[in-house]
Design a protein. Structure first.
Length: 239
């Protein structure tokens, strides 16, 4: 039986993260970001980053609002520290992964046939592995789209060149994120819940999404060094 404390902790964590995302989204209505895609990135990041993302937004995100950018430049204020720029770039990548994973998990929950098409029961005995394929596909497409709408306007590129540069900037970063996420979810699903608790993590449970929150944090950790290298080499834009 699932411990009551774990259900309470899961619900509390999800509620807190949801409130943080809502606070950011409401604030962005009054203070929209200079780069419009960041209006999506910050609230989505809060869904797993919770209070840390909220504090990061008010410390480093608010200064990137349209109304703040030009005055800050005129005052000669410096850009955020390099580690912060890398963190923002990592969250930019991770937000696409997060949305993609949410969509894929619910799609295969309501329509199990999708998992069957991706190899469940034929290639994979475990549904989770088939769902991970869809997770990656959705995350990859959304991650590249997010990166496209960052790189294209910043570098003033043509649509075709913008897509190529978005692929170069996000493929390694996104793959590192997903590998981190998969690693934690495998640990939670197959060891903690199956082996220790004798249970299965189901998509329609708060504990599943609490585990997903933690897996996204793990994804951030595995993707951060890759983003550091990409930004330092100029492959990915400083944010």
């Amino acid at each position: 039986m699932l411990p009551a404390w774990l259900q309470i902790l899961s619900l509390a964590s999800l509620t807190l993260a949801g409130c943080c995302a809502l606070v950011i989204a409401v604030d962005e209505v009054r203070h929209p970001q200079q780069m419009w895609i960041m209006n999506v990135v910050w609230p989505v990041t809060a869904l797993f980053g919770s209070l840390v993302a909220l504090l990061g937004y008010f410390r480093y995100g608010r200064v990137a609002a349209r109304a703040e950018v030009m005055p800050a430049m005129k005052r000669g204020e410096e850009s955020p520290p390099f580690p912060v720029m890398v963190a923002k770039g990592t969250c930019h990548c991770g937000s696409g992964c997060c949305i993609g994973d949410i969509l894929a998990e619910w799609l295969t929950f309501f329509f199990p046939a999708v998992a069957i098409w991706l190899g469940w029961q034929s290639v994979f005995a475990e549904k989770t592995f088939a769902v991970w394929i869809l997770d990656f596909l959705f995350a990859f497409v959304l991650g590249v789209v997010f990166q496209y709408f960052t790189i294209k306007p910043m570098r003033n590129l043509s649509p075709g060149r913008g897509l190529v540069e978005a692929l170069k900037a996000d493929t390694l970063s996104l793959t590192a994120w997903q590998l981190g996420m998969y690693s934690f979810m495998a640990f939670a699903q197959f060891y903690v819940f199956w082996r220790l608790l004798g249970l299965r993590l189901e998509v329609n449970s708060v504990t599943f999404w609490f585990a997903m929150q933690l897996s996204m944090v793990t994804g951030f950790a595995t993707s951060y060094p890759v983003n550091w290298w990409l930004v330092s080499k100029g492959i990915k834009e400083k944010m």
